[in-house]
Design a protein around this ligand. Sequence first.
Ligand code: FAD
Ligand code: NAD
Length: 476
Amino acid sequence: MTTNGRQPRVAVIGAGPGGYPAAFHAAELGMEVTLIDPEANPGGVCLYRGCIPSKTLLHVASLLGEAEDAAEWGVSFGQPEIDLDRLRSWKDQVISKMTSGLGLLTRARRVRFTRGLARFDGPHALSVEPSDGGDAERLNFDYAVIATGSMPAAPPGFQIDGDRILDSTSALEMADVPDTLLVVGGGYIGLELGSVYAALGSTVTVVEMETGLLPGADRDLVRPLERKLNSAFEEILLSTRVASLNVRPDGVDVELAGARVEVPSRRFDKVLVAVGRRPSSAGLNLAAAGVESDQRGFIKVDHQRRTSAANIFAIGDVAGEPMLAHKATYEANVAAASIAGHAATYDAQAIPAVVFTDPEIAWCGLTESEARESDRPHKVSTFPWAASGRATTLGRNDGLTKLILEPTTERILGVGISGRGAGELIAEGVLAVEMGARADDLRLSIHPHPTTSETLMEAAEVFFNTSPHYIARKRG
Ligand code: FAD
Ligand code: NAD
């Protein structure tokens, strides 16, 4: 592929799970690629301050939980001793292993990596402010891919100081394990990081302004988690907001507002604010390049991820919800292929969502709530893990697997799973939805026994009322 007889020059701004795959793919397609990011190596929020450090710590939390559960089965390990310095260093090793690996891959693919913050000077030019000071570098490009991700949001008046008032970034640094922690926001981050701190010994209280935790997920999927968290956390306060936060030398004074709050004035050692994220687009000087964003700062893109400037693409968190790493990577391939002139379009039917709590919650495609709200004809077929042999051997019957089906065609439109390892299991659901599989396809595919993967097959069996292990009560 050439532009005016030479390789097209592509600038990729931001090296997260959107940016680095876009750069790698564009290089494979024969383009001359520069990847720009302030960190020493690619990785982005996901590797440095998001998915990877949080899952490293959640694995430890799950190990602690399982060790505690084992007492029921006659195996006691005694009180765990936590060496926070070693735990922190283990987490940092995981990050460094992965990011340095990406550094090697960047060089191997002959992608030029420039360390700094980019800003547009025009539709074909940008400047990079180097991370180590020095003069800005000017760069001309034929195409650009904006993959600058997102940053934590905070309600007005909440000052994140990284000491008493934390966001996910400072919480993952794990300066200490506070005796008491207030988590504001019962979404992904609040529940994942709240679970980590609770497992390490903090007394955790969660406040969520909506009527339920994880407002986007189906209620039956959330219920098993809610039951577990009710004992892991001190308190979960729904329909509640934080009216004020006042940092004192020895804690944070918090005023809670909500109809069911009995004690509105409380003191916590630390507060974690996890109320969502906002796109990182403000510092890019988008106007100079003719790139339009919406009121919230998300860059507007079409089905190829092309922005209002024909030669500039945007992918990942900065290009809109859902803010998930695998969605960013999917878009990266669409954008790189579109630049190369290949037919590529963003048409995912099933972007999986996984909450890595214990139990995990995962879903893809159409949810039951969405089907109901949109009046879309559907049937739901649920297999409870109480009837799963594998779940029983694990002492974890607290799950369920359900299929959302189109009644006339029996096509699988969505899958929801709540239970241990749900995040791994949902991949089969994604394939089923993307391939347009019908209930029969799942029912007739032999699943290995005893595994929790059988619950997908059994949910299809329930649909035909042929499950050997469970008889569904008729709904409605
Ligand atoms: P990012 O990963 O945000 O990367 C953007 C990069 O661009 C950053 O390195 C940034 O420094 C850089 N940048 C910003 N501005 C500029 C500029 N002007 N010039 C150059 N570079 C710039 N998602 C999942 O799918 N699974 C999970 O388990 C998961 N866990 C998470 C846990 C936490 C605590 C958090 C905060 C997020 C988590 N996410 C998870 C979300 C996931 O991290 C994001 O969806 C994903 O990182 C988005 O990728 P991205 O490439 O769009 O941007
Ligand atoms: P979130 O949108 O998942 O949850 C925020 C929660 O805070 C919501 O339930 C919301 O109702 C609540 N809230 C908002 N304002 C509030 C207030 N003033 N008081 C009380 N509650 C309030 O956002 P998050 O947890 O910050 O995570 C941000 C994004 O990062 C996620 O949406 C997701 O895209 C991504 N993420 C993904 C994973 C994963 O894939 N496992 C993990 C972490 C983060």
